[in-house]
Design a protein around this ligand. Structure first.
Ligand code: SF4
Length: 383
């Protein structure tokens, strides 16, 4: 734990905060892209330590949160079919679809299994040649490479009873969508360090130039966040808008060439719907033609399932940084981690869950918030 402790050093944090206070002369709104960064910010109270002029807006970088409801419904439909073994990371089991979740499918007799790697699902397929084994492949550029590798291995070893339900999304088009929103208030971005460790930084200079926003590649520990804020604010104060790598211990400009090559082989870029936001052009991946036989959506003919988001959930506004979680009427009352109305409350990386876990007792009183049972979020292995 020594390594983590070093990036939580209170003396260094105080010095970074002093630097930020000294640099700020006017209000700035920054967006941290990743849900993991949001949790660090809320858990450690970083937003409360920053000067009032610096506002942190929580971006759309939680993979569970942005997975559309209709993809959840497709997963529920496939998992309910006889003969199917449906494999997923744990955090997807409690995400509500229309009327039920994967836990309830399992309770009703469905064979739904939590795995810690997509390769575990491939092993299960090998061990059960008479069953169809499906892995729920969601997430950003971080989880896409191992999922691509799994499909590559399935094809290489001719494992035909394996398929992938794909809902992968890409960060740069989401940043572009945020900047194109007429309500956008974001003036600078803390980019997600783990995404850049795979993809590198080559997609960001064009975005920084087009929208004249600084983009600082940022890690996940408290000092990482403060350093990202410090470098973003300094650029804004100087009128600069360049791409800076503030997470060099994990990120190289070229990313991970082997992982990118695997992505290029197995996936192709496609338009993708984001929960609460809608379709963003070129913002996702699907299996390329060579691997299309491993696409669960085609294999199980669930492509025509279409679902409407519940009207009372405002996660779309939360995911676009237009609303703070506690400003939603349902926060902590009808919507809690035990009774989530939207994925931003059920996911361990979701902004609503972060506010519920770490802030609900500090926020303006809501009668039933303190009375609800504590959260029991599943640990996330999705990044
Ligand atoms: S508090 Fe619940 S209902 Fe409100 S936006 Fe968050 S997930 Fe949706």
């Amino acid at each position: 734990m020594k390594y983590v402790d070093e990036f939580q050093d209170p003396d260094l944090a105080a010095r970074l905060l002093d630097d930020i206070r000294a640099a700020v002369t006017r209000p700035w709104a920054l967006m941290e892209v990743c849900g993991g960064q949001t949790h660090t910010i809320i858990r450690h109270g970083i937003d409360q330590l920053l000067p009032d002029e610096v506002e942190l807006i929580h971006g759309p970088g939680c993979p569970v949160c942005v997975t559309p409801l209709e993809v959840i419904d497709k997963a529920l439909e496939i998992a309910s079919r006889p003969g199917v073994i449906f494999c997923s990371f744990g955090d997807m089991l409690r995400v509500p679809g229309t009327g039920r979740d994967l836990f309830q499918v399992r309770g009703a007799g469905g064979d739904v299994r939590v795995v810690y790697s997509p390769l575990d699902a491939l092993r299960i397929a090998r061990e059960n040649p008479d069953r169809e084994v499906v892995f729920f492949g969601i997430g950003f550029e971080t989880t896409a490479p191992p999922n691509a590798m799994t499909v590559y291995q399935a094809r290489k070893h001719d494992i035909r009873n394996f398929s992938l339900l794909v809902s992968h999304v890409r960060v740069p088009p989401a940043i572009e969508a945020v900047m194109q929103s007429p309500d956008c208030r974001v003036q600078g971005f803390l980019a997600a360090g783990h995404v850049c460790s795979v993809m590198g930084t080559r997609e960001y200079p064009a975005l920084a130039e087009r929208y004249r926003v600084p983009i600082v590649v940022t890690g996940f520990e408290p000092l990482d966040i403060l350093e990202g804020v410090r470098r973003t604010v300094r650029q804004l104060e100087r009128g600069e808008h360049s791409v800076v790598n503030a997470y060099p211990r994990a990120v190289r400009d070229e990313g991970n060439p082997a992982a990118r090559a695997m992505l290029d082989d197995v996936f192709e870029v496609t338009d993708r719907a984001w929960r609460g936001i809608g379709v963003i052009a070129d913002s996702g991946w699907r299996l390329s033609e060579r691997y299309r036989a491993y696409d669960a959506e085609h294999r199980f003919q669930v492509g025509d399932i279409a679902t409407r988001e519940p009207a009372e959930c405002r996660s779309g506004e939360v995911l676009q940084g237009l609303l703070k979680p506690h400003e939603c009427e349902a926060f902590g009352t009808t919507c809690t981690p035990r009774t989530p109305l939207g994925a931003t409350m059920v996911s361990s990386e979701g902004a609503c869950a972060a506010y519920f876990l770490y802030r609900r007792l500090d926020l303006p009183a809501r009668p039933t918030a303190a009375a609800v049972p504590g959260p029991s979020l599943e640990d996330s292995t999705v990044g």
